[in-house]
Ligand binder design. Structure first.
Ligand code: SAM
Length: 276
């Protein structure tokens, strides 16, 4: 998979892409992240990338010409009549924007099927809208808050999508069994409906994790995790997933695929929590 990042701050990504899984994926040739300095596509002495907004108002706007040239330099032409939309070999062009569609694990899974993703990082008040109209397949927001630039958002997208590329995570399945993972219907389930995975799954949040020492600061790791009974461990983890999702993200329960056992557990947890 290839990422093309258009930014006025290419140096921003130096540290971010040099650690952990992102660095390893690049070193192994599974992922490439090419940085394109927007100022390299200007032609004036001051290398101007921005201008005042038409109609007045605060701040500056990224000019369309340098962005169009940067896109052209990597082979991206305007989506004339959107005739490329059906063409899956065409790179995805994404504008990072607070006004975008929310980025999520589901969007990341879709993007992970693409070979080449172009990320346009806005700055100031944003990007001249004609760039969005002419070139972009989608606007993506990483959350309901305003960043000072699209670079952090682009790094979030690269990190999340890249770890779903086959071969990047050591264990092929592990991406599927984390928080927001695929639904139970798609997971290998044992006879009693408890997912075989040792990890979180089914559209719920992940369960809590513990490691050595068994006792820390007067708190003991849950006994069930120390006794080696994998059936019990799976049950405990499923219950914890339900508890955590109910506490922190009850909205996810609507879309999660819950079997009868889950539903019973959820009722019991709700009653218990209500009693507190
Ligand atoms: N005027 C814009 C608005 O109110 O929506 C905010 C512009 S922001 C200061 C500058 C740039 O940061 C944007 O063009 C975009 O690229 C990026 N950005 C800000 N918030 C973002 C978010 N939540 N997700 C993705 N990109 C964001």
């Amino acid at each position: 998979m290839q990422f093309e990042i258009i930014t006025i701050f290419p140096g921003f990504f130096a540290g971010i892409f040099e650690h952990g899984i992102v660095r390893r994926a690049q070193a192994e040739g599974l992922v490439t992240a090419n940085l394109h300095d927007l100022r390299a596509f200007t032609h004036d002495r001051h290398r101007t990338v921005d201008d005042r907004p038409f109609g007045g108002g605060e701040g500056m706007v990224l000019k369309p010409e340098p962005l169009a040239e940067a896109l052209s330099s990597i082979g991206i032409s305007p989506l004339a009549g959107r005739e490329y939309e059906q063409d899956s070999s065409r790179p995805r062009v994404i504008l990072l924007s607070a006004q975008g569609r929310p980025f999520s694990q589901a969007v990341a899974r879709e993007l992970a099927k693409t070979k080449r993703i172009v990320l346009i990082c806005g700055r100031y008040e944003g990007v001249d809208e004609r760039i969005n109209q002419l070139y972009c397949d989608m606007e993506l927001s990483i959350g309901d808050y305003v960043l000072s630039g699209g670079e952090l958002a682009a790094a979030v997208v690269v990190d999340t999508v890249m770890r779903l590329v086959p071969g990047v995570l050591g264990n092929e399945a592990s991406g599927e069994f984390e928080s927001f993972g695929v639904r139970d219907a798609d997971i290998d389930v044992d006879l009693e409906g408890v997912p075989r995975s040792q990890h979180g799954s089914g559209g719920l949040l992940d369960y809590p994790h513990y490691t050595r020492p068994a006792e820390f600061a007067g708190l003991r790791a849950p006994e069930v995790l120390l006794n080696g009974d994998h059936q019990q461990i799976r049950r405990w983890r499923r219950e914890q997933q339900l508890r955590k999702t109910l506490r922190n993200r009850p909205d996810l329960l609507k879309a999660a695929s819950l079997n009868e056992g889950d539903q019973r557990l959820l009722i019991a947890i709700r009653e218990e929590e209500g009693e507190k």
